[in-house]
Design a protein around this ligand. Structure first.
Ligand SMILES: C[S@@+](CC[C@H](N)C(=O)[O-])C[C@H]1O[C@@H](n2cnc3c(N)ncnc32)[C@H](O)[C@@H]1O
Length: 474
């Protein structure tokens, strides 16, 4: 017996999605993306309004709301169980500045809401049908503040090319079985494992299939894969199509929240950069760039009225914002793998920055370091995910971390710890168990407890004195 999979807007709705925290959605991360690209971030001197569309279980916005108390946070998701989960979590963590809307995008567009300085939608746009994408855009059109930023992440082409048959096979096998989406995904996976042993080039040539079989499957619950692969509307998108969609509501691309991607010198080889330099049209150049990088996931930041900043102002603003080290100093490796090879930045200044941030987050200009190459090293460290842009002030996170630690592992398979500076870190399960008083700590994780003790302590603050004022040029 086979029945249709329960979907709405082409999306799987019969089982819950697993929760996660996505650091690149934070206001400071989006501001830095904007600055790196040469534009002024939203002015948020008197607080700000932030909305996460398709928030899932709402963990990202809950952590941000708790650590950005001057922000008014809203989340929207049409799965009532997701919103109920987020509400109960916010209640337990004592978060008062998070408003939850159990609504689809079309309904939410009609709500009376603040004008948002930030609207983010992570992992939704390429999993929903054309009508839902239009509704999402309409929400943005109605509710974005004039200088607001939008961050849209989606599965992209051409990176998924070799995996298209995998998704089609999983979804079609699942459609032909019965049960909820978890049962169906498991049945489809079992069928594909058997088939692949017989020799199916379209499957065996799929990098995602190999990844799924070797590492992903043991780390993540089946509900994650059901949401990932079973949506009828699933369709990786070309950047030019997404840009054309957003142009209909007056939005222009600014940069990528995958910070390394904003620097051609990091991710492209010389010959590729030369070839790109010959293409004048921005959208075509980006499409070709995606083909060079075989991009499979994009986190695009858009704005309606982006204002250019002078190079001087850009530099000054980067130097006055706080950054946090997100791993113990002893574990930092001063290099990063990119599509262009290995980028090395092991120099005394990079080491001094890391050493200075090991105690607490600070603004680069407060580190007492030489200013030559300071911004370049900050940008290399941030692109390599060794440091993160964070809130200008700390907030207490004890209640938040208590509530996070109590979440069940089916809903949140990879545990997180919130830092007082406005972000959260994924914890290895052995470290998480140890911190909860269970089990030995493996040697390789020994530096983490001290690091986390410092990073979860709210320290007296180095305020970003002059708000978000940036000199602009038109
Ligand atoms: C893949 S999950 C991503 C969740 C979250 N952003 C994250 O990254 O963890 C996609 C979410 O979009 C929601 N969604 C899909 N279509 C929607 C619609 N038309 N209106 C509101 N929410 C929708 C689903 O309920 C689901 O929670």
């Amino acid at each position: 017996l086979s029945t249709t999979i329960a979907t709405a807007s082409g999306y799987v709705t019969d089982v819950g999605y697993s929760a996660t925290f996505t650091p690149s959605l934070s206001p400071d991360w989006l501001d830095l993306t904007t600055l790196i690209s040469g534009y002024a971030p939203p002015a948020r001197r008197d607080g700000f309004a932030f909305c996460e569309l398709a928030c899932g279980r709402g963990l990202t916005s809950a952590v941000l709301a708790a650590t950005y108390p001057d922000g008014a946070f809203h989340v929207v998701d049409f799965m009532r169980d997701h919103i109920a989960y987020a509400a109960s979590f916010a209640d337990r963590a004592g978060i008062g500045n998070l408003t939850l809307h159990a609504a689809d995008f079309a309904t939410a567009a009609q709500l009376e809401l603040p004008r948002f300085n930030y609207i983010v939608a992570h992992g939704a746009y390429s999993w929903i049908d054309a009508q839902a994408r239009e509704d999402l855009r309409n929400f943005i059109d109605c509710h974005l503040a004039p200088d607001g930023l939008v961050c849209l992440s989606y599965n992209a082409m051409p990176g998924w090319t070799a995996d298209l048959p995998l998704q089609r096979l999983v979804a079609t096998f699942a459609q032909g079985t019965s049960g909820d989406s978890i049962v169906r995904f498991a049945a489809a996976e079992a069928a594909l494992r058997r088939l692949s042993a017989a020799g199916v080039p379209a499957l065996n040539g799929s990098p995602m299939f190999a990844h799924l079989l070797t590492t992903q499957r043991d780390r993540l619950p089946t509900s994650y894969f059901a949401h990932e692969y079973l949506a009828q509307a699933w369709q990786p998108l070309y950047v030019t199509d997404v840009r054309a969609d957003l142009a209909t509501i007056g939005l222009c691309p600014i940069g990528s929240a995958i910070l390394a991607n904003n620097f051609d010198a990091y991710v492209l080889r010389d010959a590729q950069r030369d070839a790109l330099a010959e293409i004048e049209d921005d959208d075509l150049r980006e499409l070709v760039r995606d083909c060079m990088l075989m991009t499979r996931f994009r986190c695009d930041v858009f704005s309606r009225n982006a204002v250019r900043v002078t190079e001087r102002a850009q530099r000054r603003e980067i130097l006055r914002r706080r950054f946090a080290l997100v791993l113990p100093e002893s574990l930092v490796s001063y290099s990063m793998r990119t599509e262009a090879g290995t980028l090395r930045f092991d120099n005394p200044l990079a080491r001094d920055i890391v050493a200075a941030l090991s105690d607490r987050p600070r603004a680069p200009r407060q580190l007492g370091l030489p200013t030559t190459d300071l911004v370049a090293n900050i940008l290399a460290l941030v692109s390599a995910r060794i440091i993160r842009p964070v809130n200008g002030t700390d907030s207490p996170v004890d209640n938040l971390n208590e509530a996070l630690a109590e979440l069940d592992s089916e809903a949140i398979p990879l545990p997180f710890c919130a830092l007082s500076c406005g972000t959260a870190l994924r914890l290895e399960p052995a470290l998480h168990r140890h911190l909860r008083g269970h089990g030995q700590l493996p040697r390789r994780l020994r530096a983490w407890p001290d690091f986390l003790a410092r990073a979860t302590r709210a320290t007296r603050q180095d305020r970003q004195e002059d708000g978000n004022r940036v000199a602009t040029k038109r």
